[in-house]
Ligand binder design. Structure first.
Ligand code: SMG
Ligand code: MG
Length: 370
């Protein structure tokens, strides 16, 4: 059992090394909430994956902060002595909000593991100590600029390139990258920018031997994803549509995807992420670890998750240098073979660098057990 005595919410901002543009917007800075829980003996960290706007999901930074401060943290204090497995029940009175919940679940789990001296990777069931890395490349202003970026990432060793796409430039960009690199593992991510009227585009994409097409249609539309999957050869992968194990089971049963992107922050935290992984594995569906431009803290959790046996495809688990000139933690470094080490220390195995954390802090609030 453990008991959380204080919770500190902290908004941090870190400039990105280059703007990251998707079909729903552009980011030049990573702004997110970090949660630090303290028990009598240890501390634990959680990083919220919401963004500044409700663009990727309904949740966003200021909203998640309110949900944490006014509902989840008070529920945690009321619960008193707990084990991580209790948290789902403790937070059950709050509907949805998986990203806010994930932040606190992961922080409590980190503290609990630090108390027991066990690494997150070992606790989750990892079967390796290095993971294969891919990289997600934002929408560039021209095909030439995109090719320059792709060439740079391939030279660094990334094992899979994922192109963000949007209607209008999609086929031209994919064709350019495929022509320059006939053999690489290549995928695309639409972030729900298309409708079922765009089937011709997806039929055309079949010609480029893509590993997958990620989240082409609206996140709530599993039936139309299933219809699209029946019409094209390329595997569909779902990201935004999968917020729980139940969503993953429904999507797979309907034939809405053949691959699942698991983001622990999107599904309510690391414990639900393992359940999604287990369900997909039992159903023979490969999974990979998605990313939300996390700082070194959230990235450490992702690396542990990505080391589970069902994660058979390279994830969006890129090196710190792909995002930040200076990370919040010691940098996660990718080796030239395109793999990165899974942290092995207790809990998530990393901590923020104190001076760096202070320098990046925008505002903070400390909540104490009543
Ligand atoms: O962490 O490398 C990363 C980002 C990977 O493309 C990425 N994430 O839809 O998969 C996705 C996007 C969502 C990020 S929007 C901030
Ligand atoms: Mg995605």
């Amino acid at each position: 059992m453990t008991r959380v005595r204080t919770v500190e919410l902290r908004m941090v901002g870190l400039p990105l090394v280059r703007p990251f543009r998707t079909s729903f917007g552009e980011e030049t800075e990573k702004v997110c909430t970090l949660v630090r829980v303290e028990t009598d003996d240890v501390w634990g960290w959680g990083e919220c994956v919401t963004g500044v706007d409700p663009g990727f999901s309904e949740e966003f930074n200021e909203g998640a902060w309110r949900v944490l401060r006014d509902f989840l943290v008070p529920a945690l204090f009321r619960a008193g002595d707990i084990v991580p497995g209790d948290l789902e029940r403790v937070f059950a009175s709050v509907r949805g909000n998986p990203m806010a919940k994930a932040t606190l679940v992961n922080a409590v789990l980190d503290a609990w593991l630090r108390e027991h001296g066990e690494s997150l990777a070992s606790f989750l069931g990892a079967d390796r100590d290095r993971v294969a890395c891919g990289v997600s490349v934002g929408i560039a202003s021209s095909a030439e600029r995109l090719l320059d970026q792709v060439d740079g990432y391939l030279a660094e060793g990334y094992q899979r390139i994922k192109l963000k796409i949007e209607p209008g430039t999609d086929l031209e960009r994919v064709a350019a990258v495929r022509a320059a690199h006939p053999q690489i593992a290549l995928s695309v991510d639409a972030n729900a920018a298309y409708s079922s009227a765009d089937v011709e585009t997806f039929l055309a994409l079949d010609a480029y031997d893509l590993l997958m097409i990620e989240q082409p249609l609206h996140h709530e539309d599993l039936v139309r994803h299933a219809a699209l999957q029946r019409q094209i050869r390329t595997a569909l992968c779902l990201d935004e549509s999968i917020r729980s194990e139940a969503d993953a089971r429904a999507a797979i049963e309907l034939g809405a995807c053949r691959i699942v992107n698991i983001k622990q922050g999107r599904v309510g935290g690391l414990l639900e992420a393992v359940r999604v992984h287990d369900a997909c594995r039992a159903l023979g569906v490969p999974v990979w670890c998605g990313g939300m431009l996390e700082t070194g803290l959230g990235r450490a959790a992702n690396l542990a998750l990505a080391a589970l046996p069902g994660f058979t495809l390279p994830g969006d688990t890129s090196a710190s240098a792909r995002y930040f000139t200076e990370d919040l933690t010691e940098p996660h470094v990718m080796m030239p073979d395109g793999t990165m080490a899974v942290p092995q220390g207790p809990g998530i195995g990393v901590d923020p660098l104190p001076e760096r954390l202070e320098a990046c802090t925008l505002h903070r609030e400390r909540l104490e057990e009543p």
